[in-house]
Design a protein. Structure first.
Length: 399
């Protein structure tokens, strides 16, 4: 018989693997878009709309489904999330038209949105007490999954495009294994009635953390938007810096801004929330200056190094900001707070990148990058100002 402590550890490990695989599934299809267009005559507007459909599914989950794990239980909600991911993969296995492509991205958007209130909440529930490891894993394993999926697909597109359908089969198999293994973990929430009533538009912000929302909005959106920027323009940047149209090189450029974020997140144990947020946003801004100079001067090595460092500081800023909320949130409110946080982050990132996609039609990538830098500099100043104000209020209250 497995004791409760061991079941908590198993649940934590399985959930950490599960969220990684789920985001591998979500990112695998993206480098295949050009191939889908060629094979099945899918028009540009459908390809473009697939990103919108993904965010619609994502935001729908974050608004309407954020608290269902408080009623069904964490593990049943995780199983539903994984089943939706499997259905999304099946859509891409059989894709031969734009409708199936959109269906696949919608399902993936819904299941990725559901991770905040289910898998990420479960990771934090089962993580060791008095440790930041839960927040670090919950916020960064999706980035690792995105990176693995993008690089894996880049290799396939460049060297064996015939595998673009079959690559989803092993992913489905692993997702099924995760559904089975999650049963070994301990359930951390007692199921209760009212799941239907919980499916309603709700943004959950407990009173005790509301004062931290402005700094959360500014710090997370300004830094996390870099991932969308690299996702959109990694191919252009790899052409500018390396003179190649290789999807693999583009995927590696994208991974440089994603994977190292977990290193930055781990620094939270050294700096703490306040200093982590401060040093993270300053370091992020400084590295972004170097990225812009490298793009203008076509410097390859400084571009790569500064991209990696930017990712590290992004991870530090994001984790410090999220941890500041999580530490003050009860288990009952955890799913709702995580969903609301990601609604802010994903919604803000989508808005920033939508504006970028409009501006890029009238100017060059370098000019857009410089405009993003200005946005980040302003955000950095506001973050430092708000952080100082929060500290001053605590001192005035004798905290």
């Amino acid at each position: 018989m497995i004791n409760e402590n061991t079941r908590m550890k198993i649940g934590f490990i399985v959930a950490s693997i599960t969220i990684t695989v789920l985001f591998i599934a979500s990112s695998t299809a993206i480098p295949f878009y050009a191939t889908y267009q060629t094979l099945y005559n899918i028009p540009n507007n459908i390809i473009s709309f697939s990103t919108v459909v993904y965010f619609i599914g994502n935001i729908f989950s974050l608004i309407f489904l954020s608290k269902i794990s408080n009623y069904l239980g964490r593990k049943p909600t995780i199983r539903i999330t994984l089943i939706l991911s499997i259905l999304g993969c099946l859509s891409f296995i059989y894709v031969n038209n734009g409708q199936l492509l959109l269906l696949g991205r919608l399902l993936q958007g819904i299941c990725c949105g559901m991770t905040a209130g289910s898998i990420q909440a479960y990771i934090i529930d089962t993580s060791p007490e008095n440790s930041n490891i839960g927040v670090i894993i919950a916020t960064n394993m999706p980035l690792i999954g995105f990176s693995i999926g993008a690089i894996n697909s880049g290799v396939i597109v460049d060297y064996n495009p015939s595998l673009i359908s079959t690559v989803f089969l092993p992913i489905i198999l692993i997702l099924i294994i995760c559904i089975i293994l999650i049963s070994l973990g301990k359930e951390t929430v007692t199921p209760k009635k009212g799941v239907i009533k919980s499916i309603k538009p709700e943004i959950s912000i407990p009173h005790n953390i509301r004062k931290y929302i402005p700094i959360t909005i500014i710090a997370t959106i300004s830094t996390y938007s870099i991932t969308g920027f690299y996702q959109s323009f990694s191919s252009i940047m790899s052409l500018m810096q390396f003179g190649t149209n290789s999807k693999l090189i583009a995927a590696i450029v994208y991974a440089n801004i994603m994977a190292p974020q977990i290193l930055g997140s781990s620094l939270i144990n050294h700096f703490g929330n306040k200093k982590g947020q401060k040093y993270g946003i300053i370091g992020f801004t400084a590295c972004l200056v170097i990225i812009n100079i490298s793009l203008i001067m076509s410097w390859i090595i400084p571009f790569i190094i500064s991209s990696i460092l930017t990712a590290i500081f992004c991870g530090l800023t994001f984790t410090a900001t999220m941890n500041n909320l999580v530490e003050k949130t009860s288990q009952e409110d955890m799913a709702g707070v995580l969903s609301t946080s990601y609604l802010i982050t994903d919604g803000g990132t989508a808005l920033v990148n939508m504006m970028i996609s409009i501006i890029i039609t009238y100017t060059t990538l370098i000019n857009v990058s410089l405009l993003y830098l200005v946005f980040v500099i302003i955000s950095c100043i506001l973050t430092l100002k708000l952080s100082k104000n929060l500290s001053t209020k605590k001192e005035n209250r004798g905290i």
